[in-house]
Design a protein around this ligand. Structure first.
Ligand code: DX5
Ligand code: ZN
Length: 236
């Protein structure tokens, strides 16, 4: 397959958690560009998953990028551990009730990409104070906490304007879309210019050909992107 514009970061939340490293290898071999790891603390969201210890061990599978998505109330408290675990990017939520700037600075100082995620109801303007410290904006298109939820098209409207956060930069940051991304929603994400699609439960359905699924989702997103560009040109 030729290289797609959009990248897929595979969420392993709904994979076989008893064989995580095998699942990571499988999905990377099937064409995922990165691994998206959902960390939940049972406080910021009503679910508990895994922590930096498991990520550090998983890291041994190879060099492919690991994106950590921290749905935890105190990212600052645990940040050293996530950096030590070998995450390539670390994204936490703008809705946390603690200082955000020092944690973003710490991530960047460690040479990792720093990101902020926004829940569906949070306006993009919440990110304004941190725009110069961000490498990633993660637009949530479901309420964080669980895989397998329905894509929220309203929340997806933030994908396109999210790119303005990186305006004027020599190297622009990335806009990730997380939640309910599948064959039905991929074209819309592409139209909105999403750079990285977080794809979870749809990959892990029984009997699914993961490689075929990733190829279809990438193709649909790229077609959506091209169609939107053509429409915009026609209106110029
Ligand atoms: C939800 C997580 C997502 C989730 C995506 O809180 O942040 O990464 O695993 O799974 P799907 O693709 O099923 O929405
Ligand atoms: Zn996630």
């Amino acid at each position: 397959m030729s290289k797609s514009r959009v990248l897929v970061s595979a969420s392993i939340l709904d994979s076989d958690l008893s064989s995580l490293s095998a699942e990571c290898r499988k999905v990377l071999k099937a064409g995922a560009d990165r691994i998206h790891i959902d960390v939940m603390d049972g406080h910021f969201v009503p679910n508990i998953t895994l922590g930096p210890g498991i990520i550090k061990r998983l890291r041994k599978i190879g060099k492919q990028p690991f994106d950590a998505h921290l749905m935890i109330s105190e990212p600052g408290r645990y940040m050293d551990q996530f950096i030590d675990a070998g995450c390539d990017s670390i994204t936490f939520h703008v809705e946390v009730e603690e200082p955000i700037e020092p944690t973003l600075i710490k991530i960047r100082k460690a040479g990792r990409a720093a990101g902020l995620a926004i829940k569906p109801a949070t306006p993009l303007s919440a990110l304004d104070p941190f725009r110069d410290l961000l490498d990633i904006v993660m637009v949530m298109t479901v309420e964080p906490g669980f895989g397998g939820q329905e894509f929220m098209a309203d929340a997806a409207q933030k994908i396109l304007p999210a790119h303005t956060i990186f305006a004027g930069r020599a190297v622009p940051g990335e806009v990730h879309v997380d939640g309910g991304v599948n064959r039905q929603s991929a074209a819309m994400c592409g139209r909105m210019g999403a750079d990285v699609l977080v794809v979870g439960s749809t990959l892990w359905k029984k009997g699914r050909d993961i490689s075929d699924e990733i190829t279809r989702i990438k193709t649909l997103a790229d077609e959506g992107f091209r169609a939107a560009r053509l429409e915009a040109k026609r209106h110029d």
